[in-house]
Design a protein. Structure first.
Length: 93
């Protein structure tokens, strides 16, 4: 059973322990997704959350190509959330 400590889950590594999980640029994109209102997308019961769990390098065997494709997809998700946040009047950087 996981205890919520470092390396137990990519989400807590990034948001609780401020540890790298996937490396850059993926970690920053994930932080942006949450910042722009996409936290629900990152949960384990959502397709993106499951994909992140499966691609987490902690498991070993994840290649650079997989992480590059993941980062490219995260850019689109982040950009969509950012556009939506701006449209709703959020003050975003």
């Amino acid at each position: 059973m996981n205890m919520g400590g470092p390396t137990d889950h990519w989400y807590t590594d990034i948001f609780t322990w401020n540890r790298p999980a996937f490396g850059e640029p993926a970690d920053s994109l994930i932080k942006d997704i949450r910042k722009f209102g996409g936290d629900r997308l990152l949960q384990d019961d959502q397709p993106l959350g499951r994909r992140l769990w499966d691609a987490w390098p902690q498991w070993g065997g994840v290649d650079d190509r997989t992480l590059s494709r993941l980062a490219a997809d995260l850019v689109h998700i982040r950009d969509d959330l950012l556009a939506d946040a701006k449209a709703r009047g959020w003050e975003v950087e």
